[in-house]
Design a protein around this ligand. Structure first.
Ligand code: HEC
Length: 115
């Protein structure tokens, strides 16, 4: 069986790289923050969530869509997660303004390389 050692190797490479893909911004504090980090930042960074301004009905659809796509959300956490998202990212909130820090840092690096 060659597969097991290869899988172990592949897994260690993936896990070793994990800290490098730290999301550029964090989900807001709240009772569901930790669970949302686990369930929702597996495939994309937080920004895709932070920039939304959705009604509760739309968040319900969004979460259900993500579950269909593979997000692991415990049935008993579903409603609390929708509440958490629709409390923080609803149409009454001011528009999302992206943090530019990451871009400034990378353009500094690009300029440094160009010099
Ligand atoms: C299995 C992978 C996966 C997981 C887990 C996941 N998403 Fe997504 N999500 C996607 C993909 C793929 C897209 C489309 C990405 C794109 O357009 O770049 C997306 C897009 C989104 C969008 C943008 C709107 C849209 O529908 O395209 C939002 C908001 C979102 N996800 C929220 C969530 C939330 C909240 C969770 C946790 C409950 C979550 N995602 C978990 C894969 C995932």
């Amino acid at each position: 069986m060659l597969f097991a050692p290869l899988l172990a190797l592949a897994a260690s490479v993936v896990f070793a790289q994990k800290p490098a893909v730290k999301p550029t911004e964090d989900l807001p504090l709240g009772a569901m923050q930790a669970k949302a980090n686990t369930a929702c930042l597996e495939c994309h960074e937080a920004r895709i969530i932070l920039q939304q301004r959705l009604s509760k009905a739309a968040w319900t659809k969004e979460v259900d869509k993500m579950i269909k796509w593979g997000a692991v959300v415990d049935a008993s956490d579903h409603d609390a997660l929708v509440d958490y998202l629709s409390t923080n990212f609803n149409p009454d909130q001011p528009a999302y303004s992206p943090s530019r820090t990451a871009n400034e840092e990378s353009s500094k690096r690009v300029n440094a390389v160009r010099k």
